[in-house]
Design a protein around this ligand. Structure first.
Ligand SMILES: NCC(=O)N[C@@H](CC(=O)O)C(=O)O
Length: 653
């Protein structure tokens, strides 16, 4: 048996320091890139909103599917240490490729500030994203499990704290990068023309990934490294396949039943392997309902109704989650969980996860209530059988407009009338209406021809100044804008003679009157849910996995997140309910139903100590651990030669 003597500090292995710093840098790299990814799709590649969001979610889903690959490589072939190093190199190459794809000057031959060859940028960025997904997903189950491997048996309390600290590092990295990369993107840079600095926003995460790799390699001498015990995944698949086949062959009632269907592999496979597979399958079965949590969690951005109210750039809104995580993890670990324990309640990991799901459901109920309040302040939008028509009168007297044989609108001079009808009219909407007799230039907008309108233009909240110009003539006016509002400005022909005084403002949509504080409960609830669900799930997956399949079970856990993301994509494709609040309530109800199912499954789950079970099986077989490993390898070789299934021999009982 191998005994590692590891250097310790305050009861923790020192090697842990390198692993958490590595995780911090890697998460900085990943979340930093993610924070500007949709903006890059929208404003650099000029994709529409739907395409940008779909590719984004597909990328995130891929990042949570590739852990299976990483886990197989680690547990069956290279071991966790080498897998982390090799896949981190792939990851860093992906980040660099991504950063290069954002340099507009590469294809901007005519130097107009926009790339000339979009295919090149799209191909390069997609290649970068695939490499990143392979890298980040591939190392993800290995890093957490490798961290866990550093602890000895007597350090179980420290091991639990490690997973909380690990989660804190994830969120510290994500918080910093989500604050920094949008600021980097907002800078201007370029060789021929100055544009938004995407190369810097993607380049810094690439540098952080390289640092992450260097830090990990720096700790090399201190790690506990366990080599894979042969091709374990292949053995697992063959063992399961044999159990199913053997069960089918002995389906007649004359054969005695066995305790577990995997026991039908007893004739050919080692008892230890069968015991390990049983442990893994039991946990994976328990994970079946879990993607529903991630489906709600991954939509959390959309339940934050008026992001700008919290201040900052819209892409920095994603910082609320890590800030709350950094606050809530220590509170839960140091205060809430010990307090619950002191009250004599058994708040076991699976109970925590169930409560976490209920918190997420409550967040959606809270979002539904806020949405109902917001809906009250919104104008009546046309239903699917209606359309809205806006008529602007720039004539000098009141006009009577006939829209259909029987419907009349009376519109005052420089008035606007919104008309909803049961017939099909095209909607006319505008921000500025030019009633002046010549072209006008308005700050930050293109010039508007006489009697023409601009599209709705997004402006920041608060007081804004506009300058109107025509040749040498100009005037200035300012208006205050509230969130969620929309306005139309009617510019009369006398605009310059009265110094912009006669510009009429029409409020098409009222500003939000729902207080921002109403949003706090939903942020708080979903993040509390995450701490109970996700941190516990991470610890649980490690503690319930057999030694040789730690990464595999971590990958199974991460897969629940991938499936959650895929459900988000499917839901987006299927369309939405007409009322947003109803959709939130539907999701909340689904999660409550799923958490009830999960709690029933959890009730029947018996917590295990994999090391103890493994030792017990070995004892039953009268084998010392090293002999056992030798035996497994011999079994593997024998198995390869044993092509004729008919000649199955009982190798071990
Ligand atoms: N707050 C998000 C977070 O901490 N995410 C973790 C866990 C996960 O996504 O599975 C992470 O980024 O690793």
């Amino acid at each position: 048996m191998l005994v590692y003597l590891t250097a310790e500090c305050c009861g923790y292995p020192i090697s842990i320091f390198f692993i958490v710093v590595n995780e911090f840098c890697e998460r900085f790299s990943y979340y930093g890139m993610r924070a500007v990814l949709v903006l890059y799709f929208r404003y650099f590649l000029l994709w529409d909103d739907d395409l940008a969001t779909s590719i984004y979610h597909a990328f995130v889903a891929l990042c949570y599917l590739t852990p299976i690959l990483g886990a197989i490589i680690a547990d069956s072939w290279l071991g966790k240490f080498k897998t982390i190093i090799y896949l981190s190199i792939v990851y860093a190459i992906g980040q660099v490729t991504m950063a290069i794809s954002t340099i507009h000057d590469i294809t901007d031959a005519n130097r107009d500030g926009t790339p000339d060859n979009f295919t090149f940028h799209i191909a390069l960025s997609m290649l970068g994203l695939i490499l990143i997904a392979l890298g980040t997903g591939g190392i993800k189950p290995c890093v957490a499990a490798f961290g866990g491997d550093q602890f000895q048996e007597h350090q179980s309390r420290q091991l639990n704290t490690f997973f909380s600290v690990f989660y804190l590092c994830i969120n510290a990295g994500s918080l910093l990068s989500t604050l920094i990369t949008p600021v980097l993107r907002a800078q201007e840079c370029g060789i021929h023309t100055q544009q938004q600095c995407y190369p810097l926003a993607f380049g810094v995460p690439a540098v952080l990934m390289v640092i992450s790799l260097v830090v990990f390699i720096a700790g090399s001498g201190m790690y506990v490294k366990t080599d894979p015990e042969g091709n374990i995944m292949w053995s697992v698949c063959k063992c399961i396949g044999f159990a199913i086949k053997n069960r089918f062959r002995h389906r007649s009632s004359s054969y005695p039943k066995r305790e577990h269907w995997m026991d039908w592999a007893n004739e050919k496979y080692d008892k230890l392997l069968i015991a390990q597979i049983k442990m893994v399958l039991k946990v994976l079965f328990l994970y079946i309902p879990l993607p529903m949590f991630w489906t709600l969690f991954d939509q959390k951005v959309s339940i934050c109704h008026f992001s700008g109210l919290l201040g900052g750039l819209p892409d920095q809104m994603q910082t609320v989650n890590p800030i709350l995580i950094l606050t809530l993890v220590p509170i839960m670990d140091r205060l809430i969980f010990p307090l619950i324990q002191k009250c004599g309640l058994n708040f076991s990991p699976l109970k925590r996860m169930t409560v976490g799901m209920l918190f997420a459901a409550m967040a959606f109920v809270s979002a539904a209530l806020v949405q109902i309040e917001i809906d009250k302040t919104l104008p009546n939008f046309p239903s699917s059988s209606e359309s809205q028509l806006k008529v602007v009168n720039t004539y000098s007297t009141t006009l009577n407009v006939t829209i259909s044989p029987n419907e009349h609108l009376l519109i005052e001079s420089f008035g606007v009338q919104l008309h909803t009808s049961k017939h099909t009219y095209s909607t006319i909407s505008c921000m500025f209406v030019n009633g002046y007799t010549a072209d006008l230039n308005i700050t930050n907008l293109d010039s508007i021809e006489p009697s023409a309108t601009t599209n709705y233009t997004l402006v920041n909240q608060g007081k804004r100044d506009f300058v109107l110009r025509h040749g040498e003539q100009w005037c200035e006016f300012s208006r205050k804008f509230g969130f969620g509002a929309s306005y139309t400005f009617l510019i009369p022909s006398t605009v310059f003679s009265d110094d912009c005084e006669s510009i009429t403002e029409v409020e098409d949509m009222k500003p939000n009157s729902v207080h921002m504080a109403l949003q706090i409960p939903q942020y708080f609830l979903i993040t509390t849910g995450e701490v109970m669900f996700s941190v516990t799930g991470l610890q649980f997956s490690y503690s319930q996995a057999p030694k040789n399949m730690k990464s595999v079970l971590q990958a199974g856990w991460l897969c629940t997140n991938a499936v959650g993301n895929i459900i988000v994509l499917i839901v987006a494709e299927l369309g939405k309910l007409p009322k947003q609040w109803a959709e939130y309530l539907l999701f909340a109800s689904l999660l409550v139903a799923v958490s009830i199912i999960f709690s029933i499954m959890a009730y029947f789950y018996t917590y295990i100590d994999p090391a103890e079970i493994e030792a017990q099986v070995r004892k039953e077989q009268g084998l010392e651990p090293e002999e056992m490993e030798k035996e497994t390898l011999e079994m593997e070789e024998k198995d390869e030669d044993q092509k004729n299934e008919q000649g199955v021999k009982q190798t071990k009982i």
